[in-house]
Design a protein around this ligand. Structure first.
Ligand SMILES: Cc1cc2nc3c(=O)[nH]c(=O)nc-3n(C[C@H](O)[C@H](O)[C@H](O)COP(=O)(O)OP(=O)(O)OC[C@H]3O[C@@H](n4cnc5c(N)ncnc54)[C@H](O)[C@@H]3O)c2cc1C
Length: 386
């Protein structure tokens, strides 16, 4: 391939890479976008099941939400969003409770009928009762914040599943606060000015962003396999893992990963009854349920009542998993040691490949929501000279 004709090469067709490519193309730059996956939109990718009309989120539920007007004005050039407002009940002993913990969660769990003021005093007294002044680990911190019962029921098991270790082994610093609302508000993204699900799915958004005569897209291509063919001075935005790019020379950057188990169910049968509850996601708080979340994607499609009404449902169970070199990297483990390793890699990269710039959540070794990935890409492009 003749790489000299491009002004910019973008590795990764997720929201970050797509935003940089789209901005550059809008200023008449020639851009090559490559991704080793066979689809666009990175981890946010979703596609429609033709038979049922259900939009399947390939890498777990993605709900768009933002407080940033620039991001909202930008993304809505490429899609409409429905009016979905995210709520996530959590299941304990077969019963659903609002999450984050609110007044209803507290009253349901304790079998009480407290008002906001009473509940606030009650939770404070439960926390006080535990008598933990200097929490030494996650568990002690959790109990010191909301008391033993709320912590044990809703936080302990879920977190132990997520981290695959006992809460007493986890650092107290991971848990800076446990949000408790003394109201009936059960919106998950309480401060989001805008939220919703794109009416034609996430794959179609990125397809539209990259639909430009200045952009060429190559899917199923691993940059690492072709990087030697690219001229040294070509600006490259790399939205992959820097440790992988440098062949793990300094070691593996740690992540947590996930495993998804999916099945089609019929809601008219006993097996499909769970889906009839009508929630898009249910958190699983109990220790004897190995997965952390169950997803019922069709309930995101509130703009398509016919999809929701039909009896078929695509159910996905989400299991936390250890991350192994070469596996799917989902959540970076951002502690001091890992940050140092990351910074060492950044230095090494700039010495060895000065024309490669890191971008996206993987390149930055950060967890970013989609709006943050877009915002950071917009900012990055504003400062880029090519
Ligand atoms: C389980 C889960 C649920 C989430 N839910 C939400 C949500 O509800 N709302 C929200 O706002 N955000 C959510 N996110 C975050 C969201 O997925 C990210 O913000 C978004 O994907 C970031 O986009 P990106 O472009 O930075 O990275 P990515 O989407 O990861 O894209 C990077 C791309 O680079 C490609 N790539 C990497 N290395 C190479 C290589 N060597 N050669 C070629 N291609 C390469 C990858 O294949 C990938 O497609 C969730 C994340 C996870 C893990």
């Amino acid at each position: 391939m003749d790489y000299t004709k491009f002004d910019l090469i973008v590795v990764g067709a997720g929201f970050y890479g797509a935003t940089v490519a789209e901005r550059a193309a809008s200023e008449n730059k020639k851009v090559l976008v490559i991704d080793r996956r066979e689809h666009l939109a990175g981890n946010a990718y979703s596609y429609k099941d033709e038979k049922t009309g259900i939009e399947i989120h390939k890498y777990g539920s993605h709900i768009f939400h933002t407080e940033d007007e620039e991001v909202w004005n930008y993304i809505t050039k490429f899609t409409e969003f429905n009016d979905y407002i995210h709520t996530v009940p959590t299941r304990h002993a077969g019963k659903l409770y609002p999450m984050p913990i609110n007044l209803d969660t507290i009253n349901l769990l304790y079998g009480t009928n407290m008002d906001a003021e009473e509940a606030e005093k009650f939770v404070a007294s439960e926390a006080e009762k535990a008598g933990i002044k200097n929490p030494k680990n996650f568990e002690e911190k959790g109990i010191s914040l909301v008391g033993e019962k709320l912590y044990t029921t809703f936080i302990k098991n879920y977190s132990e599943k997520q981290w695959s270790t006992s809460a007493t082994n986890l650092s107290a610093e991971i848990l800076s606060r446990i949000p408790v609302r003394y109201s009936h508000d059960d919106r998950y993204f309480m401060t989001a000015k805008h939220q919703g699900i794109p009416v034609n799915g996430y794959g179609k958004i990125v397809e539209k962003m990259l639909d430009n005569e200045n952009i060429e897209v190559k899917l199923g291509v691993d940059f690492i396999a072709i990087m030697d063919e690219i001229p040294n001075d070509k600006p490259i935005i790399y939205c992959g893992q820097v440790d992988e790019l440098l062949d793990y020379e300094l070691g593996v950057l740690p992540y947590r990963s996930l495993r998804f188990e999916a099945e089609w169910v019929d809601e008219t049968t006993e097996e499909g009854a769970d889906s009839k509850l009508g929630h898009a996601v249910i958190n699983e708080a109990d220790a004897d349920v190995a997965y952390t979340r169950t997803h019922f994607y069709k309930y995101y499609q509130i703009h398509e009542p016919e999809v929701i009404k039909q009896p078929k449902s695509y159910v996905v169970r989400e299991y936390p998993a250890d991350f192994k070199r070469g596996g799917e990297a989902y959540y970076p483990i951002n502690n001091e040691e890992n940050e140092k390793l990351y910074n060492d890699y950044v230095k090494l990269l700039s010495e060895r490949y000065p024309s490669i710039m890191l971008g996206g959540r993987l390149g930055a070794y950060q967890y970013w929501d989609m709006d943050k990935a877009i915002k950071n890409a917009l900012e990055f492009y504003k400062n880029l000279t090519i």
